[in-house]
Structures are given as C-alpha cells and as structure tokens.
Unconditional design. Structure first.
Ligand code: UD1
Length: 419
C-alpha cells in the first residue's frame, strides 16, 4: 500500500488541468454495452475506477483499446451478462451495467453492491424502476437477477433523487417498446453528458420541464464518439486547495456553470476568484470566513465536496455548521481532521466546525475517496509533516492528484506504506 507524505505550509502557485469526470466516464463506458458498434471515448482519466470498469467490460466480452486519453470499446457480443461480486464490491458504480444489459440482452445478473464507508447505499429504486418497465427482478444469493423479456415503456417517479439510479433507468428504457416517462430524475451534469452520448447513439430522449425525461424506445443503437466533460468535483477540490494554500492558482477547464453552488459558497467565505474563458483563477485567502453549508442533490452543494469544504472550515475564522443530507455516514474524515488539531463535533447529520488558527501535521488514514482529498488539503496548510495512509481511495477518483499538486509547488511524496 502507498501513502502520501506532505510538508505543510508551502504556498501553491501556477495552473492545474482538470481531468475528465469520473462520474461521467463510468456510465458512458457502460453505455457501450447497448450497441455492437464502435464507441470512442475521449478525455478519459486514468483512474482506478476506470480500470475496474474496464475489467468488468472485459469480463462481459467487450473489445478494449485504450491509448492515452482515448478509449475505444466494442461490445460485438456479450459473453455472459453477469457482473460478479468481486468487481461490484470494489466499485459500486459497477451497478451501471444493469440498465444496458437489461436493454440489450433482456437479461442481467448483477451482484448487489452492499454498504460502504459512507452509508447503506441501497439500489432499491433501480430495482423498483426496472419492475415498473415490466422487468422481472429477483434477488438471489446476493445477486439481482433481471429478466426483461417484457421490457416495455412505462412511467416511473423516483421517491428520492439518485444519480446512478437515473442513469440505469434511462439506459434500460432507450430500447424498450414504446414511451417511458421518468420523473424526479437526477440533474447532475454527468447525467446529461450520458444523455448526450445516448442521443448520439440514436436514442430518443427529451428533457421535460419538471425534472423529468421522456424516452421513446428505438430498435437499435449505434456507436458514438464523445469527449467526456471535465470533473467538477476535482475542479472544486483544487479551488478549495487554492483558497486554503494558494497564492494564485488557475484551475483550467473548470466550468463555472457546473459548480455555481460551490462558487457561491467560496465567495461567501471571502475567497476571490476570476472567471476566465480557460477556467477559474482562485486567490489564496488569509481570512477565510466560516459559513454554514448543507449538501443537496444538484444544483445544490455536492456531497462529494463536503469533506474538502470541511477541511477549509477547520482553518476559517468563526464557527460553521455543515449538514450532510445525502449520505448518513459521510463524516469519516472528522476523526482524522481532529487528529490534526481541528475542533469539530458531530451530532447526527450535522458537524459543528470551530475554526482554529493552525492545524498540526499528523499521521492520518483515508477512509473514502473524498475524505482522502480533504486530508491532503488539511495537510497542505498544517504545521509540519503529515502522512495520509490508504491512498488507494484517492487513486479511485483523482488522476495524479499528488503530481498535480507538486506542479503547483506543493511538497508531497508518495511512499510505500511501511517506508
Ligand atoms: C453518485 C455518485 C457519487 C455521489 C452520489 C451523490 C457516481 C458513479 N457516483 O452515487 O459520487 O456521491 O451520486 O451525489 O455517479 N438511494 C436509495 N435507493 C436507491 C439509490 C439511492 O435510497 O436505489 C439513496 C442513497 O442511499 C443516497 C441517495 O439516495 O442516500 C443518493 O444516492 P445516489 O445518487 O444513488 O448515489 P450514487 O448514484 O450511488
């Protein structure tokens, strides 16, 4: 295992390029299962989750050719429509093959993902939605078995907004017989990046007024070429890094329209930013103001930026209350931030963060993807050295995070865990 060693107190300066979005590329890769045509995906980030998805696609019989940022996928034939536990347990997003397999093969056997560090994370709504489309769904020995002989257009309203649930149901409907209306669908930009791909493939999808989509099933879909949108969560992470530890950092490719809630919060905190055609420039802020924040589905403040925001609130002037409304256990970073001298108390879904003048470097442990980056941000401004262990979590979703920070001047090294 690897860890990151970080020397705190160095100011960041320069520019950083945002990679393709993890949460867009994964469903787009799954969409290749809908066609026997060639699918060309560009701006593909080299992430552990992308490699896991490739393993799964490989097991399903997909031809893979990955060169640099370009990935060519071709699912001429599906070997066996099964997503095994081994792969699903390492990455919950593996469940994204369920919708496409149901649509193409009219059958799928996908392992149930189970809980994870940040909460229960059931897929009951994916299953309910499929049943509404006429799919027979059974749960057997930890697997979802979906038999879609009678896949028919229908209507379905999600009880709760779910990102991968929306994506699965849209992909299941594109080749169903007749019309489907899905309501209370997730509005995340990554969902619309996928929809754009599906339209390129020949799917008929129309966005309706009230968080709804209308899908007209078609007989078959073709291949596509697509460039993945930039990762707004990575962009937000670097903006927060710049505010906390920067002199001046240009986050290239950050799209302001995708991150208005985060940008509003940053400016309430007193962070100065410039919106440029090539990205967003952020200036280091000596007196970050403590401002309350609550996570919500898009366009609200993303749960995937909650931990990084908390790292910033740890050194802000004053007290802030952070409310996590999406995942019930997403405060695993709190105990580790405390080890660095942060003053945080948690009551249920609320964390009260009293800003301190200085954090102190310490050995800490990453518990999930975004918690990892928040610990790195805290370490950048802490006094002395920190060691963040278990960074395989970080590598799941950030491409070359340490290398990008090093280019900005950070003193950060990757070491073997026992070094
Ligand atoms: C996606 C993102 C993840 C992000 C999350 C919330 C991907 C690959 N991952 O995860 O980075 O943190 O959205 O923005 O895009 N829920 C149910 N039943 C279901 C499905 C979800 O109760 O069938 C609940 C979940 O437990 C959670 C909430 O709905 O409380 C939102 O989860 P969801 O949007 O589904 O998260 P993911 O799609 O797994």
């Amino acid at each position: 295992m690897e860890a990151l060693v970080i020397e705190g107190g160095v100011r960041l300066k320069g520019e950083v390029l945002v990679s393709g979005a993890k949460n867009a590329v994964l469903p787009i890769m799954a969409a290749c299962l809908l066609t026997d045509g060639e699918c060309v995906i560009r701006n593909v980030p080299d992430l552990r989750d992308v490699r896991t998805m490739l393993k799964l696609l490989d097991a399903l019989g997909v031809d893979i050719d990955w060169r640099g940022r370009e990935l060519r996928l071709r699912a001429k034939r599906i070997k066996e429509p099964v997503a095994p536990y081994d792969l699903v347990k390492t990455m919950r997003a593996s469940v994204l093959v369920l919708g496409p397999l149901v649509a193409r093969e009219r059958f799928a056997k996908v392992s149930l993902p189970g809980g994870c560090a940040i909460g229960e994370r059931p897929i009951d709504l994916h299953i309910k939605g499929l049943r509404q489309l006429g799919v027979e769904v059974d749960l057997e020995k930890g697997y979802v078995i979906a038999d879609a002989k009678r896949l028919e257009g229908s209507i379905f309203a999600f009880d709760k907004v779910t990102v991968t649930g929306t994506e699965n149901l849209i992909m299941a409907s594109v080749m169903a017989k007749g019309e489907t209306i899905l309501e209370n669908v997730a509005q995340e930009p990554e969902v619309w990046d996928l929809v754009e791909v599906l339209k390129k493939m020949g799917a008929k999808i129309e966005k309706l007024d009230v968080n709804a989509v209308r899908i007209e099933g078609v007989e078959r879909l073709s291949g596509f070429e697509h460039e993945v949108m930039p990762d707004r969560i990575e962009a937000a992470t670097f903006l927060i890094a710049g505010a906390m530890a920067g002199e001046e950092v240009l986050v290239r490719n950050a799209i302001k329209e995708h991150m208005v809630a985060v940008l509003t919060k940053l400016s309430e905190c007193g962070v100065r930013m410039e919106f440029l055609p090539e990205g967003i420039k952020v200036y280091g802020c000596d007196r970050i103001k403590a401002v309350d924040m609550e996570t919500f589905p898009y366009p609200g403040f993303p749960t995937d930026v909650q931990a990084q925001y908390m790292a910033m609130m740890c050194i802000a002037k004053g007290t802030s209350v952070i409310t996590e409304n999406i995942f019930e256990r997403r405060f695993m970073h709190v105990a580790e931030l405390r080890r660095m001298g942060a003053d945080i108390t948690v009551e249920g879904k609320r964390a009260v963060v009293r800003g301190v003048k200085k954090l102190k470097g310490a050995p800490v442990m990453a518990s999930d993807l975004r918690a990892s980056s928040s610990l790195v941000l805290a370490a950048l401004v802490a006094e002395g050295n920190s060691k963040v262990s278990r960074i395989y979590h970080l590598d799941r979703g950030y491409e070359k995070f340490d290398e990008k920070l090093r280019k900005l001047g950070a003193r950060i090294w990757r070491v073997k865990e026992d070094a």
